[in-house]
Write a protein that binds this ligand. Sequence first.
Ligand code: NAP
Ligand code: ZN
Ligand code: ZN
Length: 348
Amino acid sequence: MTMTVKAYGATSQDAPLEPMTIERRDVGEHDVLIDIDYAGICHSDIHTIRGDWGPITYPQVVGHEIVGRVAEIGSAVTKHRVGDIVGVGCQSNSCRTCAQCVQGHDQYCLNGNTQTYNSVDPADGTITQGGYSQAVVTNEDYVLAIPAGLDPAKTAPLLCAGITAYSPLRHWNAGPGKRVGVIGMGGLGHMGVKIALALGAEVTVLSRGAKKQSDALAFGATRYVNTTDQAALAELADSFDLIVNTVSAGLDIATYLGLLDVDGTLVNVGAPSEPFSVPAFSLVPRRRSLAGSTTGGIAEIQEMLGFCAEHGIHPETELVSAEEINDAWERVLSADVRYRFVIDTHTL
Ligand code: NAP
Ligand code: ZN
Ligand code: ZN
């Protein structure tokens, strides 16, 4: 017998999100039932519903930045207890046996991991439904423990925005002496700035206009550069070790490759539908690299949560009710988010 919960989702590519009910599977022996308290709004939610990444099946409920309380556990669950404050991010399962899963890189599962929404659930063959809802049932191994030092109301965005920034910064060794640039200061970008600073790097924010300058400097950024100022950008040529691109739209990537020093890397985490145009000579004469990265493995997410608790890092959030979700999406699309919307799921 499945359980019916309230949610907010889409019935088509173009329709506004609306209240609906969805089914959650039975709590299996390795499952955890989570009463959701907070769900972050990620730009990927919007790309998915609006068909930017290809057609999907509707109705669809999105949301992969989930924080709540354990309401029930399956008979074999050992990792979580009823009442624990927990989280769920982008992956809700993976094969566990491929070369990537074995190394803890379940975000790169070679057999295709189960995303928290818009994926086929191996448990029952249904399409997974995300966190804009009252409750979710998730395998215990893909449920994160939220450290006591983190405020649950501000923690949901760490489950995607936080880890998506943290993983490449760690992989490419952001730290003391490293000159790091972050392109786009939205949900991912502002977490990238805070985490890179906590890792000890020198951090330059690359953002359009001057609207976010005072915030960037308040976060501790070393420098702020208005990317619409061509002369200011030109002065940064050959000056970065690492640049993280978090922009949700197409970008003249060659301009930013030109800002990398010899052996520098530009890691793209943004996921626009438009392709990048990469001239050979933006890479070749400086042995530069253009790379990509997605989220992080479950173990790394747990590590990142501990890092944020230890360093007192939290996302800047604005709490919204269910009926404000459509407006919040419009504000994300116009880059008018400071810096992550979080849905109070009790208002569903
Ligand atoms: P967001 O909050 O909307 O931030 C995106 C930022 O991109 C904006 O704040 C803006 O920064 C900049 N931007 C937007 N439109 C632009 C344009 N036309 N030209 C130049 N800059 C523009 O989005 P998010 O939630 O951080 O997500 C960012 C992207 O990463 C999305 O494509 C999302 O799907 C993707 N994503 C990827 C992963 C992954 O695993 N790789 C995970 C999560 C999200 P400024 O105002 O500062 O210029
Ligand atoms: Zn996301
Ligand atoms: Zn795998």
